[in-house]
Ligand binder design. Sequence first.
Ligand SMILES: Cc1ncc(COP(=O)(O)O)c(C=O)c1O
Length: 360
Amino acid sequence: MIPLFAPDMSPEEQSAMQQCLESGWISSAAPQVAEFERALADYTGSPHVVAVQSGTAALHLALLVHGIGPGDEVLLPTLTFIATANAVRYTGATVVLVDAEPDTWQMDPALVEEYLANENHAVKAILLVHVLGYLADVTVWEDIAERHGLVLIEDAAGAIGSRLGDRHAGSIAECGILSFNGNKLVTTGGGGAVLCQYADVAARVRHLANQAKLPGPGYDHDLVGYNYRMSGLGAVLGLVQLQRLPDFLDRHRHLHEFYQELFPEAIFPKPVEDSSPNHWLITARMANRDQIQAIFDGADIQTRPFWTPMHLQLPYAEDRYLSHHNHSENIWKEALSFPSGSGLTDRELDTIREVIVGAR
Ligand SMILES: Cc1ncc(COP(=O)(O)O)c(C=O)c1O
């Protein structure tokens, strides 16, 4: 089978993991966790980074440290992975879903402006997703957030290596998050990070991620915290993966070009001006999506339909959905994700090409 997205592991990862096991530094007490955080800070340009167990945990903490909770509304795109909405729900805040722009597939700022113009809202934050590693136009969102006194948090779960100008996804607004799940460009097995502009915010994230334990040898805690710290094993893996990221990005760019050439009729998301996406999970709209998917299925090549929009998911079906044209559902019905791992070999790409060309 050709998988949708297999982690790209080399002998370097294997030997680093072996050394980690031999040293015994496998838990979150390992010095490599802080080393990974510094490497992420250098790479993203974010001054304060806290490594955690997942992108979902990172989102949860990012919301909590900004005081989001019951009675608050949080705006987020309906076209996202469910973790974005779940993290809001964990805090007790109310999800307000927003339709996508038809060309970029990103949350539509015009719908948000319209909602915020209404006096009767309780919006406290915007959770901006960089859909599929493509940048949302953060400058537009920063302006909206500033004018309305809202917190802006970037969900850059799949966007490591993506940039808007020279600014890295997740490090542009005051707070952002990354995911290092097994299907991301850089993986720690499972993991995430919170990227913060301010030291005091990062300190609160760190505190909550560590069971809100007070400094000192005793077991004293001043809040209900969480066990969200990243393990040493994960950080060791992440350190090697981060060094290999430039090669992963080159390969993903190549894969994107490969699928553009193979499917000239397909419509890929339009990058916003001055942005360079990482082409994480390569996805395009095709009128004959089901037919193409069946051809791939028949050849044992794994593909995936796109995220089912949040307003169609059982836990969020009763929440408010801002939309005039329901672009998100039109995108979802026609979109297909192609095998996108950087470890895909040229031979596998030849197989994919032969299967598609042979079926024409
Ligand atoms: C947009 C988005 N947000 C959040 C997450 C959650 O990240 P994790 O799987 O590390 O919890 C994902 C994971 O794919 C994602 O795509």
